[in-house]
Design a protein around this ligand. Structure first.
Ligand code: HEC
Ligand code: HEC
Ligand code: HEC
Ligand code: HEC
Ligand code: HEC
Ligand code: HEC
Ligand code: HEC
Ligand code: HEC
Ligand code: HEC
Length: 416
């Protein structure tokens, strides 16, 4: 019985496997290349796990030739469009034969964009390739060749947590980039940033990596006057405040890169209140000398923020004291969250450069914090008051108890 079941199972497996073989056996390219030595056989293996593993695409889809001819010369004949191993200059066009055709791509997957070629041509990579530079990235430098995966497949080299290392394969290799005038520190700087920490340590895919700031296919430096737009895709509020502030025009005129002037580009760090004001760590003093309007405003903004932050921590301390003493503080905590919101908003409002706006928000926050502090103080006072009452009650109770004991003793003695 067992033996028969096993035989049936083996048979079924064999039939399925043969069927699968049939699917790509259609192409003589696969049949012949499978039996060659590497590297001639490697593409057959690699294609098995690729998004292109589809009999309709297959080897001839990219290389041309006649996938029905069994004879090598016939199959790989130039007359049948065989191009052999494509050179870097040929690759973007080759991939785009399909990828730029909305009509063709729709028959497989209507959701795949078809703009890669146009964007690539406009990128620094595409521009230099056209001039004959073969060291720039082409489609296969970022996507691999025969084992191309969907972009949202975590094992794809263009997946958010993999792409920086892929760009870095060239951009962080000083030898490879010798002869170009650009630095090779983008990857190492990026890895130190709050963005990389958020992406790698927290696994938060909403943090930007190389292609979020430079484009998937249009890799270009954003240009000093459009950095705010790049960052603004995620930091909308700061970007709007900045763009409406006097810094926007002043920076563009000076040729200073928008957000970058204060935050950097690749190694952007978590911010702190130390960044504003007139101390050594403050960014404002890079450009504003003592006595200037910018200097004065920087100092005022820092004072305002410091005083709100101090008031909030005092109120917090008071409230936690009250809490330890057992007083309910829900309402008061609500007040404090109002002033914490005000602190967050005034940090963002710095980007407007308007002391009126920052000052107004700080005033709101201070009002709420002082209110919370007062309520906390009252609560503690009440606790103190209650404690005193308790002591008096205990003393009174003891006195009464003592008196009763005495009274009972006297009664008993009298009875005796
Ligand atoms: C009968 C066997 C056979 C068939 C069929 C065959 N090839 Fe080849 N292919 C070879 C051999 C052997 C080589 C290496 C020698 C040479 O370049 O001719 C090769 C080389 C290649 C190369 C590398 C060329 C280069 O310039 O380095 C590519 C690409 C290629 N084949 C693709 C295909 C495609 C696509 C098909 C189907 C349309 C196909 N082959 C059909 C045997 C075959
Ligand atoms: C998505 C397009 C695509 C498909 C599908 C594809 N190739 Fe290629 N193939 C390329 C490109 C592009 C190169 C050049 C890679 C490079 O420059 O490193 C290449 C290179 C090769 C080479 C040369 C390898 C070497 O290291 O010299 C061979 C052989 C080859 N392909 C065979 C095949 C076979 C066989 C198949 C089908 C099993 C196939 N290719 C499917 C795009 C493709
Ligand atoms: C013969 C047509 C054809 C050629 C040539 C071709 N592709 Fe594709 N490619 C497709 C089709 C069709 C799909 C969509 C398959 C699907 O989603 O089922 C695809 C999918 C992809 C995807 C995954 C897209 C996603 O959804 O994330 C990438 C990446 C890709 N191709 C890159 C390339 C590169 C790079 C080349 C050149 C080396 C290339 N393709 C050449 C037809 C082609
Ligand atoms: C400099 C690296 C790089 C180059 C060069 C490159 N790609 Fe991409 N490609 C990416 C990244 C990064 C993504 C998107 C990842 C994501 O969506 O998160 C992507 C996504 C894709 C997709 C999925 C659909 C989409 O547009 O998001 C296709 C298809 C694709 N690329 C094809 C190509 C083709 C064809 C070429 C050559 C003309 C090419 N790529 C060149 C990095 C590159
Ligand atoms: C195959 C190697 C290679 C890969 C992979 C690669 N690049 Fe490049 N890239 C280059 C070369 C070479 C240049 C030309 C340097 C120059 O412009 O002077 C360049 C230029 C650039 C430039 C223009 C720099 C300037 O100021 O001129 C940007 C931006 C850029 N790459 C971003 C990226 C990003 C982002 C990725 C990954 C998504 C990437 N590159 C992947 C090789 C590569
Ligand atoms: C948060 C956005 C952001 C991220 C992430 C980012 N860049 Fe940049 N990158 C910029 C800005 C802004 C510039 C400067 C542009 C300017 O001043 O015109 C720049 C400049 C460049 C340049 C031009 C040369 C230079 O260093 O000034 C290259 C090349 C480059 N980046 C590659 C990369 C690579 C590779 C990665 C990933 C490891 C990456 N970038 C990640 C924003 C970013
Ligand atoms: C794809 C979205 C995205 C882009 C583009 C982006 N960021 Fe971020 N940024 C984030 C995320 C996510 C965090 C980390 C978590 C947080 O603070 O919300 C972050 C954090 C920051 C921080 C630290 C905030 C703090 O709490 O101290 C600064 C500063 C910053 N980014 C500036 C920039 C600048 C400047 C640019 C453009 C050069 C930029 N970002 C581009 C998403 C982005
Ligand atoms: C003139 C210098 C300057 C410029 C230009 C600038 N920032 Fe800021 N940014 C600051 C300072 C200072 C802080 C810290 C405020 C604090 O914590 O008290 C900050 C804080 C931030 C934060 C942290 C979140 C927050 O609001 O507390 C983000 C995100 C941010 N900036 C993004 C941007 C973006 C995006 C741009 C460009 C549109 C930009 N910044 C331009 C000085 C600047
Ligand atoms: C890269 C140089 C640079 C940095 C850094 C910088 N500023 Fe400015 N700022 C300017 C320039 C240029 C102007 C245009 C007016 C001028 O020349 O004072 C300006 C204008 C201003 C103004 C408007 C002054 C007026 O006359 O109305 C204020 C306020 C200001 N900055 C505050 C700040 C604060 C606060 C910081 C730090 C968070 C800061 N700036 C950082 C260059 C800079």
């Amino acid at each position: 019985m067992k033996k028969i079941e096993f035989t049936v199972l083996v048979l079924i497996t064999f039939i399925i496997a043969a069927g699968a073989q049939q699917a790509d056996n259609n192409s003589t390219c696969v049949v012949c290349h499978r039996d060659q030595d590497p590297p001639l056989s490697t593409p057959v293996e690699q294609l098995k796990t690729s998004i292109h593993n589809n009999p309709k695409l297959s080897c001839a889809g990219c290389h041309g030739g006649d996938p029905t001819a069994e004879d090598a010369d016939m199959a790989m004949s130039k007359a049948k469009g065989f191009i052999g191993k494509p050179s870097p200059e040929q690759i973007p066009k080759l991939c785009s034969k399909c990828h730029s055709s909305a009509a063709f791509m729709r028959t497989f997957n209507p959701n795949v964009p078809v703009d890669q070629y146009q964007l690539y041509l406009a990128s620094e990579h595409g521009i230099l390739l056209k001039k004959g530079d073969k060291k720039v990235a082409t489609c296969v430098s970022c996507h691999d060749v025969h084992d191309i995966k969907k972009a949202n497949d975590p094992t794809s080299p263009v997946f958010p947590s993999n792409i920086a290392d892929r760009c870095g394969k060239c951009h962080a290799d000083a030898d490879y980039m010798k002869g170009y005038s650009i630095p090779t520190d983008q990857l190492s700087e990026y890895k130190k940033s709050i963005h990389a920490k958020t992406l790698y340590d927290k696994g938060d895919l909403s943090a930007p990596t190389c292609n979020d700031c430079h484009g998937n296919h249009g890799a270009m430096p954003p240009g000093i006057a459009s950095v705010a737009n790049v960052c603004g895709a995620c930091h909308l509020v700061q970007s709007e405040y900045f763009s409406a502030s006097p810094h926007k025009e002043a920076f563009d005129n000076m040729g200073v890169s928008e957000c970058e002037a204060c935050h950097g580009n690749h190694a952007i760090q978590k911010t702190s209140d130390q960044m504003i004001g007139t101390d050594e760590q403050a960014v404002c003093t890079q450009c504003h000398d003592e006595g200037s309007q910018g200097y004065k405003t920087a100092a005022l903004m820092r004072d305002g923020i410091d005083s709100l932050a101090t008031e909030i921590s005092l109120a917090e301390a008071m409230i936690s004291k009250a809490h330890l003493a057992g007083v309910e503080i829900q309402d008061k905590a609500l007040n404090l969250s109002k002033s914490k919101d005000a602190l967050i908003q005034s940090r963002a409002l710095i980007h407007t450069l308007s002391m009126d706006k920052v000052g107004g928000k700080i005033k709101q926050g201070l009002k709420a914090a002082i209110n919370a502090l007062e309520i906390g103080r009252q609560a503690l006072k009440e606790v103190g008051h209650r404690r005193n009452m308790l002591i008096i009650m205990v003393v009174l109770t003891l006195l009464v108890a003592g008196f009763l004991v005495l009274y009972i003793r006297v009664r008993e003695r009298n009875n005796d």
